[in-house]
Structure formats: structure tokens, C-alpha cells
Design a protein around this ligand. Structure first.
Ligand code: XUL
Ligand code: CO
Length: 441
């Protein structure tokens, strides 16, 4: 055991003052006909949770995550055991991983792959023991110096080839572990200056790498979704996968839109100048909603702080979008979030997940109530009701022309005044529902 002092985290309800208990996340509670556990499909991010120890540009790690291991393989085997104990105690049903998170990096590709082949069976046995499943896998195509100018978009074909080799292996592992998604986050797929960049060539190559991945993945029996995770900047100044709309245009241009959906990350949305809800809604209305990287940024900081999500307003609007999208299919809610550097104990790490899981459970309850009561739907329906009759119906049915519309207005003389958008009233409705749900628990 790695976390002896911490036992399985119970649901104790909002009256509890036990910091190691859930107040809102009751996995068995039925909401809109489905358990909270099935609605939320929580996943742990292997990299932040079991690898990153809090180092930043100014200082070293504040929490040792070698889990008592001395030699590299031993460290990574211990990581697996610690990870599954951690997830089991929290009742987290899924995990997400990069190839580089789960095994030590060798000097050569063959060495790295041999290390992966040693660790993957350990993961499999822990999966069998606990019933915890793999949500998605990915390849880390951004940390090593070979990827300093990108992977699929590198000017160096050897970097492209190395990336392809890593993707091949990461896909094989994802399939072997039964993952339902495979993620492309465009690590360094972007540029810092056009003075040295052939943008069109780089985009064509990036699409080709994805095409190769889809063809190989489908060939080895991967039936899940490929995801792109949009992010506007960091590490490069201009990331090619800026936001959901940019990625949709890219996928459609290269004919990849049937195989790819979006993995929307909250802090990436805000870096792009969007709300998290905007990005989720853009994915949803385009039939491209896939999965979520749950976290939150700091509005006063201009970088990806990957904080644990605790803002109830944001979790409410996120779960509202998830419910509107018909819930998760292949995707889930991966906490791509890390403890603050000064939260340097394993108890803090448990508390981080409890805070995030509770915030999303509460958000789900509010969102479900908003939907059940049609609190926003009836207003929105009424707002567009002019399109149900007369000239509006003709527009909605695509049965009119510029000449007819012009004649209609010429005859009327002026347009009808538009009804109020009532933004403040609706914002108050959301507040009211948050308070109402809290009071009902
Ligand atoms: C980086 C990020 C990644 C991806 C997976 O900002 O979010 O962790 O989620 O590569
Ligand atoms: Co992410």
C-alpha cells in the first residue's frame, strides 16, 4: 500500500466536515435516469497525478512520485500500483495516459518499447483486479528535444517518422487496454514565427500523420473515437489547433471529420478567449462532441495553469452542455489538472480529486434540474418562435427568396421590434437554481 493513512473515500453528503469524504458525488445516485458515476465518467490523468511532482520554471519538485522505487522500471511498476490504489480509493472508473507517462524513456526507440512491454502487463493486471478502465491513450510528441519544432509539423522528417513510430505503439497499447479514445493534442504543432515556417506544408503533413494513425488504428481493431484537443497557444505562439472551430475546418479540409471528435479542455477554451461552454457548444452543434479535459484556469494569468475545477457555475454550464449533447459516448471527464505546487502531500492530491468530483457532481445536479424544468429551453424556444409561422416559417423551411423578403418588408414598412434578450434575468435563473439545488440536499 502506498497511501496507508487514507481509506476508501465515502460519500457522506453535504453535512459532513470530513475533508476526505464526498459531499455531492454519490456514484449510485440516479439523475435523469442514470447513475452519477455513468453520467460523469471520471478519469484520472496519469501524467499530472502520478508523474508530475510540482516542478516549475523556478524550482524543483515538491512531491516525490517515485513511490519508493529506485531503478527506472521499479519506479514505473510502483507508479502503476500507486495509481490503481489511488483511483480505487476515490472510485475513479477510468484513466488516461501518454506513452511517456507509463514507462521510462530509453536511449533508443527499441529500448523505450521494451520498457513499455514490461509495464503494460502490470497495468492490465491492475485493471483486471480493480475493474478500472482506460478512457484514452496518447503519445507524448512534445517533451523530447527531437520534437522541438513539432512532430507531424517538424521540418525534420526523422522527427515525423519517430512520431509515427510512437503513435503506432501508443495505439497498440490503447487497443490492448480497451481504450475508447485516442487523443491528438498538438503539443508543438504550431509555430513561433512565419519567417521560418511553411504553414501550408506543415498543415498537410500534420493531416497526413493523422490519416496514417486512423488507417493503422482501424486496421488493428480500434473502434473508438480519435480526438483532437484544441489549444490556442503554449508551447508555441500559434498552435494550429487553435479552438474547436479552427479544428473543425482542418478536419473537414482533410476528410478526417468522420473519425475525429473534440476533446475540449476548459483552460484551453479560456486561453482562446472563449468560455468552456462556448467550446463545448460549438463541438455539440457540429456533431463533434467527444470528451472533456476538466480543469480551470486563472483569469488573471495568461497560461495553462491546469487547476482542479472548483467553480460551480462553470461545472454547471459544462454539465448542461454534456446533457444537451446526449451524454458521453466514447468520452468521459478526465481531470487534466494538477495540485498547486504548494499542495505538496498525497492527502492534498486526494483532496484535489474530491473537490473536482464534488464540483462536477453538483454541477450535474443543477444542470439536470435546469433541463428538467426547461428553465432556459422555454425562453429560447419562445425567442425563436417567430420562425414557426408566416414569413419566419418560410425562412425556416428555406422556401423564400431575396425578392419575396424584400417585398414583405416593403409592404410592412418596418421590422417588428425584437423581444428582450433578458440576459440578466437568465443569469439570475442560474444563480437561483444553484441555490435551490444546494438547499434541497
Ligand atoms: C496540454 C494538455 C495535454 C493533453 C494530452 O495542455 O492538455 O496534457 O491533454 O497530451
Ligand atoms: Co489536456
Amino acid at each position: 500500500m502506498f497511501f496507508e493513512k487514507i481509506s476508501a473515500i465515502p460519500f457522506e453528503g453535504p453535512g459532513s466536515n470530513n475533508p476526505l469524504a464526498f459531499q455531492y458525488y454519490d456514484p449510485k445516485k440516479i439523475v435523469l435516469g442514470k447513475s452519477m458515476k455513468d453520467h460523469l465518467k471520471f478519469a484520472a490523468s496519469y501524467w499530472h497525478t502520478f508523474c508530475a511532482g510540482g516542478s516549475d520554471m523556478f524550482g524543483v519538485e515538491t512531491l516525490d512520485k517515485s513511490f519508493g522505487g529506485k531503478e527506472p522500471i521499479e519506479i514505473y511498476i510502483n507508479k502503476v500500483r500507486a495509481a490503481f490504489e489511488f483511483m480505487e480509493k476515490l472510485g475513479i472508473p477510468y484513466f488516461c495516459f501518454h506513452d511517456a507517462d507509463i514507462a521510462p524513456q530509453g536511449e533508443t526507440l527499441a529500448e523505450t518499447q521494451a520498457a513499455l512491454d514490461k509495464i503494460v502487463p502490470v497495468i492490465e493486471s491492475e485493471m483486471r483486479r480493480t475493474g478500472i478502465r482506460c478512457l484514452w491513450g496518447t503519445a507524448n510528441l512534445f517533451s523530447h528535444p527531437r520534437y522541438m519544432c513539432g512532430a507531424g509539423t517538424s521540418p525534420n522528417p526523422d522527427a515525423f517518422a519517430y512520431a509515427a513510430a510512437q503513435i503506432k505503439k501508443a495505439l497498440e497499447i490503447t487497443v490492448r487496454l480497451g481504450g475508447s479514445g485516442y487523443v491528438f493534442w498538438g503539443g508543438r504543432e504550431g509555430y513561433d514565427t512565419l519567417l521560418n515556417t511553411d504553414m501550408g506544408f506543415e498543415l498537410d503533413n500534420m493531416a497526413y500523420l493523422m490519416r496514417l494513425a486512423v488507417d493503422y488504428g482501424r486496421g488493428i481493431g480500434f473502434e473508438g473515437d480519435f480526438y483532437i484537443e484544441p489549444k490556442p497557444k503554449e508551447p508555441t505562439k500559434h498552435q494550429y489547433d487553435f479552438d474547436v472551430s479552427t479544428v473543425l475546418a482542418f478536419l473537414r479540409k482533410y476528410g478526417l471529420d468522420q473519425d475525429f471528435k473534440m476533446n475540449v479542455e476548459a483552460n484551453h477554451a479560456t486561453l482562446a478567449g472563449h468560455t468552456f461552454q462556448h467550446e463545448l457548444a460549438t463541438a455539440r452543434v457540429n456533431g463533434a462532441f467527444g470528451s472533456i479535459d476538466a480543469n480551470q484556469g486563472d483569469m488573471l494569468l495568461g497560461w495553462d495553469t491546469d487547476q482542479f475545477p472548483t467553480n460551480l457555475y462553470d461545472t454547471t454550464m459544462c454539465m448542461y452542455e454534456v446533457l444537451k449533447a446526449g451524454g458521453f459516448k466514447t468520452g468521459g471527464l478526465n481531470f487534466d489538472a494538477k495540485a498547486r505546487r504548494a499542495s505538496n502531500t498525497f492527502e492534498d492530491l486526494f483532496a484535489c480529486y474530491i473537490a473536482g468530483m464534488d464540483a462536477f457532481a453538483f454541477g450535474l445536479l443543477v444542470a439536470a434540474k435546469l433541463i428538467e424544468d426547461r428553465a432556459l429551453d422555454s425562453f429560447i424556444e419562445n425567442r425563436y418562435s417567430g420562425y414557426q409561422s408566416g414569413i419566419g416559417q418560410k425562412i425556416a423551411g428555406r422556401e423564400t427568396s431575396l425578392a419575396e423578403l424584400s417585398g414583405y418588408i416593403l409592404e410592412k414598412g418596418a421590422a417588428q421590434p425584437t423581444q428582450s434578450g433578458a440576459q440578466e434575468k437568465l443569469e439570475s435563473v442560474i444563480n437561483h437554481y444553484i441555490v435551490k439545488v444546494a438547499a434541497s440536499l
